[in-house]
Design a binder for this molecule. Structure first.
Ligand code: UT7
Length: 325
């Protein structure tokens, strides 16, 4: 019998401090940085985001999301045999946020590691977990996207600081006789490193280079629309399905205009696109599982429906996962 992987529970967690556009506009104005609610809403669709407190880490947010996902799946911590955390804002340089989170959940022994693919991180992590389950290396995996992007934002740069937020989303992925995950498609092209990066590093006890996020928004926008379309089509083709089979498109929540344009190209009506960017901003690797969990808990996504998850981000990285929920 073929062994598949299937999502059996979802969870998410947002830090309590919600910052509306009006709050952010006022905070930025106090330091001489000019922006408006109108500009942010019109160009991005973002109305609010959550920011974590100074002592809160990605593993803190991820552990809360994981607890909600395990509770939804009816799985106890002791049964988990794989933990993958997608993050670009880990707690430490090492060890991984996954190991720190594993300990916070009281789990020991199972493999735990981080995946660094920026905003495509969750799609990468889900693909890896699917492969490990299909080959028998794991049976009950926690796949988590967790970020504190507020830590790497330059609040003097209005072109980036209004876009991002903090949060975490998680799924429990279990071995199953029925699919589950139908097809995955991952890509990267390192020649685009410079258009979206945090170029700094740590050496000799000092931060070298700029440790804050840099983005050429227009270049990212153009590339994103093209690769998201390509990866959606490639994933559908691998599964022998068409865009008409998709009940819900769950794109990386970066910008409502990119999401609408991706859906339009696939001829998916906008009512079938899960949108949380208005309330969460861009939470990088956390955005897809956060959106998934919000739609599941709202009763919008129902068991048996077909979902296309797709991500794009720094690297450049992109990819998609098609699944029956
Ligand atoms: O998660 C990884 C993926 N990331 C993304 O997908 C981001 C992709 N890019 C985008 O979402 C958009 O390019 C942005 C939202 C970042 C920018 O939107 P845009 O329509 O491409 O604007 P723009 O960069 O062309 O800037 C238009 C104008 C500029 O002024 P001038 O030169 O026309 O006078 C900017 O200086 O808007 C100005 N501007 C702002 N004005 C008010 C830029 N940021 C702001 C701001 N408030 N926050």
């Amino acid at each position: 019998m073929t062994r598949y992987s299937r999502i059996t529970g979802t969870g998410s967690f947002l830090p309590p401090r919600r910052v509306t556009n009006a709050d952010l506009v006022a905070e930025l104005a106090a330091k001489g940085v000019e922006t408006t609610d109108d500009w942010i809403v019109e160009r991005t669709g973002i109305r609010a985001r959550h920011f974590a407190g100074p002592d809160v880490t990605s593993s803190d947010l991820g552990a809360q999301a994981a607890l909600h996902a395990m509770s939804a799946a009816g799985v106890s911590a002791g049964e988990i045999d794989l933990i993958i955390v997608a993050t670009s804002t880990p707690d430490m340089i090492f060890p991984s946020a996954a190991c720190i989170l594993q300990n916070k959940l009281g789990i020991a022994g199972c493999p735990a590691f981080d995946v660094q693919a920026v905003c495509s991180g969750f799609v990468y992590a889900l693909t890896i977990a699917d492969s490990m389950i299909k080959t028998g290396s794991a049976s009950k995996a926690l796949v988590i996207g967790a970020e504190v992007f507020s830590r790497i934002l330059d609040f003097n740069d209005r072109t980036t600081c209004v876009l991002f937020g903090d949060g975490a989303g998680a799924v429990v992925l279990e071995a199953s006789d029925l699919p589950g995950i139908l097809a995955c498609d991952l890509h990267a092209d390192g020649k685009h490193v410079g258009i979206l990066c945090v170029p700094g590093t740590v050496a000799g006890g000092r931060v070298l280079g700029d440790p804050l996020l840099k983005m050429d928004g227009q270049a990212v926008f153009k590339l994103a629309v093209g690769v998201l379309h390509d990866t959606a089509l490639a994933t559908l083709e691998k599964a022998g399905r068409t865009a008409a089979d998709i009940d819900w498109l769950i794109p990386h929540q970066a910008n409502i205009r990119i999401m609408q344009s991706t859906a339009r190209k696939l001829k998916i009506p906008h009512e079938k696109v899960v949108v949380t960017v208005d309330q969460h901003g861009n939470t990088s690797a956390a955005s897809i599982p956060l959106a998934l969990d919000a739609a599941v808990r709202a009763g919008t996504i129902r068991p048996g429906e077909t979902l296309l998850l797709e991500g794009v981000g720094g690297g450049f990285t992109w990819g998609a996962v098609l699944l029956d929920f």
